[in-house]
Write a protein that binds this ligand. Structure first.
Ligand code: FPP
Length: 237
């Protein structure tokens, strides 16, 4: 922890919380049990990252593709999200800023209301930023941003030649935030799965052979150490 503490300061870490279903199945439990344990790990990682002085964390909780899962599993994930969003009110005391990334339109009114309250209630906080990606897809996010700029062009308030990368980034759900320094994917899969496509242009990827429900603070320490040994050149030499 002492070493991680120095090296984690100011980082933005992306977490693809993968392997919940396999974790449960290996134990003869319903897949939803894996999500329940995964949500506990999410909460512990938020606490630990805060202790380490991390600047921002982004958790991939529900993708635009996850609606294809059985309704009972989708409902269970939504129930967990509601439960943890309610708990997020405690984060307010810790000065954390909570931002929901994704298209909220198809979510229930109850979740939308909770999200609005939490985002509004924490928007001026200066501590760690906690992004939770819900009904999130990197392609949807870029499409949404392009649509916003196109609307301004159609209204006659924006000249297409003025559009640059910074302007497009300003329309993403992560507007104003630094890009992730590294993206961590446990469970052995080596894919980005539509996560932070724009923002990950120069992110380091760290894949780990542990299922998310088994992910511990020690795994995060190891990931931070691996990240510190990577040489980031951002296209330079
Ligand atoms: C991926 O594992 C995980 C998800 C699609 C859901 C993640 C949701 C949670 C951890 C709970 C709610 C989140 C918060 C922030 C409170 P998988 O089911 O695809 O695993 P598998 O690849 O082993 O099937």
């Amino acid at each position: 922890m002492a070493e991680s503490k120095e090296s984690a300061k100011g980082l933005h870490i992306g977490f693809i919380m993968d392997g919940n279903g396999r974790w449960a199945q290996r134990r003869g439990l319903p897949r939803t049990a894996g999500h329940t344990k995964g949500a506990q790990v999410f909460q512990d990682m938020v606490k630990y990252c805060k202790q380490l002085g991390v600047e921002a964390v982004t958790f991939y909780a529900f993708s635009t593709e996850n609606w294809k899962r059985p309704k009972s599993e989708v409902d269970a994930i939504m129930r967990l999200l509601k439960e943890y969003l309610r708990r997020a009110f405690d984060y307010k005391k810790e000065d954390n800023r909570i931002i929901i990334l994704g298209d909220k339109t198809p979510l229930s009114d109850e979740i939308k209301k909770l999200m609005a309250e939490i985002e509004e209630g924490t928007k001026d906080n200066k501590g760690m930023t906690i992004n939770v990606a819900i009904n999130y897809g990197g392609r949807e996010e870029i499409t949404h941003a392009a649509r916003a700029l196109a609307r301004r062009v159609a209204e006659g308030t924006l000249d297409p030649d003025q559009i640059d990368e910074e302007m497009l980034a300003g329309e993403l759900y992560t507007a104003g935030q630094k890009d992730p320094d590294f993206i961590l994917r446990p469970s052995g899969e080596k894919r980005l799965s539509n996560f932070m496509l724009w923002q990950s242009a120069y992110a380091e990827f760290i894949y780990m052979d542990v299922l998310w429900p088994d992910f511990t603070r020690k795994h995060l320490d190891a990931a931070i150490e691996e990240y510190c040994h990577r040489s980031r050149r951002f296209g330079g030499i």
